[in-house]
Ligand binder design. Structure first.
Ligand code: ADP
Ligand code: ZN
Length: 348
């Protein structure tokens, strides 16, 4: 078992921890009512194990299932969950257990933080992205018609249980999505993690990869919990990535695929500005390809420029770009948006 603390959350990583989750949850909270929130795909595989575990120990378990997919991350779904919590007379001392990917952890975190101004929360992330990213660091959110994750809070689960064996049932495309974020973590803050992803067998090193990715996020989140400064480094590949996702209407590219292209394209630009060492780009490209992630943008350049300009991260005509000097060395580079758009025109 590997353990780590991130702000107020205890994080445990161990194979098969899902089938032993009851005892770890009982170490963190007293016996109470529990609402397990999951999606229908994940529930088919893991719900019985988790609810049986909790009931065995004396928890009173209720379940709320959502449809899989981003469209469930809405106010409408949140409201249905609030109603379910109310009808089950759940109070602040009771518990929400999220069981699923990033959609489930984000939505559950938002509901947990707002119901009765904060009810206890345990995450059991089952997708790779949720294990190393969504369930870590306390950000949650729902989407509005104006954009993704526009409404949310910072709220920390007391416990995060990560079972690498759950990845065995994850569809391959979802898996690669998470790998893009792990590569990102290696790029901005952990050379060794990058090397493991680059040279070693993924499954033989899965716990190490999860722990190292979480540690990169932990280090940035703990000095910048509310996302004003160094946490920005976690956006490496995301300025272009978000724009690409948007152009593709969130259908053509998954988040991970878009981030993979974003990391490669931004590094191409920073290399041309002499801000990145020359060995970096070929290594980045190769590691992305190893995991079947795309590295090149196929959308028309003018659409990309427009989408980047509309991104909320442009402040007073300047953009805070996240670049890497070398593998493991991320930094923030402030650039006038017009200059950046010129680079997009000429280099991509
Ligand atoms: P993400 O975690 O990438 O943010 P989702 O929460 O939408 O996004 O999860 C991605 C998809 O993978 C969903 O369809 C979800 O039901 C499915 N999923 C998540 N974890 C598992 C798992 N361990 N086994 C099988 N399917 C899973
Ligand atoms: Zn991301």
């Amino acid at each position: 078992m590997r353990a780590l603390g991130v702000i107020k959350s205890k994080i445990l990583v161990e194979e098969n921890i899902i089938s032993k989750c009851g005892k770890f949850i009982l170490e963190s909270v007293k016996l109470c009512k529990v609402l397990i929130i999951s999606d229908r795909n994940v529930a088919k595989i893991y719900l019985n194990i988790v609810s049986r575990e909790l009931e065995k120990l004396g928890f009173q378990v209720q379940v709320f299932l959502i449809n899989p997919g981003e469209q469930s991350k809405s106010f409408k779904t949140a409201e249905k969950i609030y109603n379910s919590l109310t009808l089950n007379f759940m109070a602040r001392c009771d518990l929400i257990v999220s069981l699923g990917g990033g959609v489930v952890t984000d939505l559950s975190g938002f509901v947990a933080s707002t119901y009765h101004r904060g009810i206890k929360l345990v995450h059991i992330p089952t997708s790779f992205l949720a294990m190393i990213d969504a369930a870590i660091g306390g950000k949650n959110g729902v989407n509005s018609k104006y954009g993704k994750n526009l409404i949310g809070t910072f709220y920390h689960p007391c416990l995060v249980l990560i079972d690498p064996l759950a990845l065995k049932t994850l569809p391959p495309r979802e898996f690669c999505c998470g790998i893009a974020e792990a590569i990102k973590c290696g790029c901005i803050g952990d050379k060794k993690l990058f090397k493991i992803l680059e040279n070693q067998d993924f499954y033989n090193n899965i716990e190490e990869i999860i722990m190292r990715s979480i540690r990169v996020k932990k280090n940035l989140v703990e000095i910048d919990e509310q996302d004003f400064g160094s946490r920005v480094l976690l956006n490496f590949g995301h300025t272009i990535g978000h724009a690409l996702e948007k152009i593709g209407n969130y259908k053509k590219l998954s988040h991970g695929e878009a981030v993979s292209i974003g990391m490669n394209e931004i590094t191409k630009i920073s290399e041309s500005m002499n801000l990145t060492r020359f060995e970096v780009l070929p290594r980045l490209k190769a590691v992305c390809r190893k995991y079947f992630l795309p590295t090149h943008n196929n959308f028309p350049s003018n659409q990309l420029q427009e989408a980047v300009l509309h991104d909320k991260k442009i402040l007073n005509g300047y953009l805070n770009l996240v670049l890497i000097k070398d593998i493991g060395e991320g930094f923030i580079y402030k650039i006038p948006d017009k200059e950046f758009i010129n680079f997009l025109k000429n280099k991509i």
